[in-house]
Ligand binder design. Sequence first.
Ligand code: COI
Length: 354
Amino acid sequence: MNITIQPEAIASLRGFELPERLGFGAVMAPVMFCARYEDGCWSSGELIPYGPLHLDPAAKVLHYAQTCFEGLKAYRYGERLALFRPERNAARMKHSAERLCMPPVPERLFMEGVHTVTAHCANLTPANSGESLYLRPFLIGTQPDLSVTASRAYDFYIIASPSEAYHPGNMRLWVEREDSRAAVGGTGDSKVGGNYAASLQSIARLKQRGYDQSLWLNPGNRHTVDELSGMNFFAVMEGALHTPALNGSILEGVTRDSLLTLAREMGLDVYERDIDIDDLLALVDSGTCSEAFACGTAAIVSPISELGDGDRRHKLREAPGPVAEKLRQALLGIQEGRSEDRHGWIQLVEPAKY
Ligand code: COI
């Protein structure tokens, strides 16, 4: 496919300067990638200036939430830029799109898009360890029609945000025993906007109590741990690493999968299993659970310092634990080019020519 690079996109990159404080997802790159699906065919992609979308008020996405997204990062890698396992994101986006009856973005178009945006944003990719260019591909149903049927037209965009990690660590989680983020047979293992919308009321409630994130329980049994919406959950018990087994309502994190591989290589015992919340809280209280942390593309590895459950506070260590720290450094070492890429996880990006 031939990608069009609009001259206005190149012009918008000139003079763009990174602010001193980036935060996460707050600063937007001045360009974005766009492709359209109509009459059963995908257009070729275009790099255009970042800006508001033109959407009909009756577009399906605005009423029936036909939208899915991805999150992946580009890192400074010596003189070059590198993407980390982007093919996993392309495959997961296909899964999410199919779940919402949307046409999957062809892998080639997805890859061309992330490479094009990254190449053109080289000068605005931050260089400090843990910082990166966060890429956010998303797909929306645009057909204006209020009948509850799948859209016949779609837009695929990729926006980019030079970012720090999502959470600085020391996270305080609230065990959510009332709401669910996803339903049995629902969309929990797909990266769709509705899952995140369903988590917002819980997050607003727990913030008032001084917590940072909800720890979601399985919607079927209401007593095993699923995830944090936006991050997967890990606990260290007697030196072994435990994480909830994929069960249809947990998003299959690329970072989760990468950490499991790295942990096994480090010789850790690794268990993907159902983790009962009451057992976990008791093991935290007894000290058998010595560390817990969350992980995700945006969050990297983010230590958890407390689990709140009703009136009870179950305290973990405040400083990052040794296992979380070792895994974080091993992962960042590969992503930022300090360690050998033994698994072929890195894709180097060709510099933009203009
Ligand atoms: C990511 O890690 O890429 C995510 O999608 C998390 C995001 C919802 C903040």
